[in-house]
Design a protein around this ligand. Structure first.
Ligand code: ZN
Length: 332
């Protein structure tokens, strides 16, 4: 859709119909593995200054990328068949799991091990550009070097919460997921709509709602009131939960993506709005699968969205190839 005072090309980013130059904060990488990570939004700059800067400097920042949801860091360690030994140190954003007596065959706090686990990865990551580029990860294995990733031998299920979705929003999300799947080799499966609310302590195993499997990734449209992290200029938030079994590798089993229901319609109304919105969602999905922010403004994982970076760039692709090649963990 081509609306508003658009100029296209390389000029200043199109203004809103009101004349205001858009500038949003997306999210912010959280990289503090063992600390409680509060929901927080970057403080927005004073409105007057923001507007002036946008007009003068043209397209300085279409979107400033703000908070990565924290869940990526909330690691839980499983030992044997019993309940998870949550501890103060690892609780973080991980959900509280009701304790129950250990039984040898049916742990009440997690699904049957190896659900949908294939013997080999279901896809292969896209070969990254030979020149590589800057990238980072939100969580690491015990060696401090190997990043945490989703298990490539099983599909990543996701549900979309339709509440508050802007027109065209669902198409944008699906296009972004298709791109993420193409790049990482991870297989994503759409489980349809959900009315589950996002919460900071979202249970990662919800058998009553989702059956005997890890809860699917939840993608939701939220307002600032529903998610304080989306206050100010923040327009998205995403992250995943990692678990491990004993000394085994940590692996992401589910996550959430929150998209700003209030701002996204504005973004979609611009010239190239769908592309911009897709870039925002791609950035969040990058966080979902384990990428952190980088300081290189040419990468999509830079904390501000830029007009010239509508898709994953070489550094992003390099990092995504790594998280697409994580270990298969049939024991979980
Ligand atoms: Zn971000």
């Amino acid at each position: 859709m081509d609306q508003g005072g658009t100029d296209g090309g390389d000029g200043p980013f199109p203004r809103l119909p009101s004349g205001r130059v858009p500038q949003w904060v997306l999210d912010e990488a959280a990289g503090h593995p063992m600390q409680p990570l509060p929901w927080r939004a970057a403080p927005p700059p004073p409105p007057a200054r923001r507007r002036r800067r946008g007009l003068r400097a043209g397209f300085r920042a279409l979107v400033v990328l703000g908070l990565v949801l924290v869940l990526s860091i909330g690691a839980a360690v499983l030992v044997g068949p019993g309940p998870w030994p949550w501890s103060e140190a690892t609780l973080d954003a991980a959900p509280a799991v009701p304790s129950a007596p250990a039984t040898p065959t049916a742990p009440p706090d997690r699904p049957t091990a190896g659900r949908e686990e294939a013997r080999f990865p279901r896809g292969r990551p896209l070969e990254p550009p030979p020149e590589g580029g800057p990238h980072g990860f939100v969580a690491f294995q015990a060696d401090g070097v190997t990043p945490v990733a989703y298990d490539p031998c099983r599909p990543v299920h996701y549900v979309l919460r339709p509440d508050g979705a802007p027109a065209g929003g669902e198409d944008v999300v699906r296009a972004a997921i298709a791109r993420l799947s193409e790049v990482t080799g991870l297989q994503f499966i759409d489980d349809g709509a959900s009315d589950e609310a996002t919460t900071l302590d979202r249970p990662i195993f919800q058998p009553d709602r989702y059956g005997d499997r890890w809860a699917p990734v939840l993608i939701a449209w939220e307002t600032e009131e529903q998610n304080p992290a989306l206050a100010g200029d923040t327009v998205g938030q995403a992250g995943s939960v990692a678990v491990s079994l004993g000394e085994g590798p940590r692996v992401f089993v589910t996550g959430t993506v929150s998209l700003d229901a209030g701002r996204m319609p504005e973004i979609l109304a611009f010239r190239d709005g769908a592309e911009t919105a897709r870039a925002i969602v791609l950035h969040e999905l990058g966080h979902l699968v384990g990428l952190a922010h980088v300081e290189d403004a040419e990468q999509l994982m830079y904390p501000e969205a830029r007009r010239g970076v509508p898709d994953f760039a070489p550094g992003d692709l390099t990092g995504l190839a790594v998280v697409g090649g994580g270990p298969c963990v049939p024991e979980l």
